[in-house]
Design a binder for this molecule. Structure first.
Ligand code: AMP
Length: 175
């Protein structure tokens, strides 16, 4: 059984109406700044996927980079960034996905994940699941296989997990 991660919630603060009115932003900066909470978070994600064979850990811009890189290091896997448009310098594959209002796009370097590579996706927050599902789509578009998704926390009321039902989606906390 996974160790109890509920204490991590004490290191996450709600910022009301950020970045826009109506959003309760989960600020994980205090967690990242606390050595025990940061190490526990990385170790707990690693522990869940320790028996999965992982070639690459993908971090989703931007806080997914902070958690994904140490997870990759500990799993002896490479790290691959998935970024917003125009940020990656080399040739990219891209995937456009629907938001509540409009669309957004994510990009990955075309040579970052090869056919059949086994990929773990990491991000800080699972909200509606749109970003995570788009990242799954991007990995599959370049021929990779998603072995799972690891999150620090999920916002249970938004049911993002339902979009990821076909995958091993693991979060340490549900708020
Ligand atoms: P979604 O696509 O709705 O699941 O949103 C997930 C992405 O948006 C993640 O990269 C999160 O970092 C960010 N995000 C969404 N909602 C929040 C929130 N309430 N607080 C902090 N980050 C959020």
């Amino acid at each position: 059984m996974s160790p109890d991660a509920s204490w991590l919630a004490d290191h996450i603060r709600d910022i009301p109406d950020f970045p826009q009115p109506g959003i309760a932003y989960k600020d994980i900066a205090p967690l990242l700044a606390d050595v025990d909470a940061f190490r526990f978070t990385v170790d707990a994600i690693v522990d869940h996927f320790a028996t999965s064979e992982v070639d690459h850990v993908i971090g989703i811009e931007a806080r997914g980079f902070i958690l994904g890189a140490p997870v990759a290091y500990r799993l002896a896997a490479g790290f691959v960034p998935v970024r917003k448009p125009g940020k990656l310098p080399f040739d990219t594959a891209e995937l456009e996905y629907e938001l509540e209002y409009g669309t957004d796009t994510l990009e990955i370097h075309v040579d970052a994940v090869g056919p059949g590579d086994r990929v773990l996706i990491v991000d800080d927050v699972l909200a509606t699941g749109g970003t995570a599902l788009a990242t799954v789509g991007l990995v599959e578009k370049v021929g990779g296989k998603v072995v799972g998704l690891g999150f620090l926390l999920e916002l249970g009321s938004l049911a993002g997990r339902e979009k990821l039902a076909a995958y091993d989606a693991h979060s340490l906390l549900t708020l």
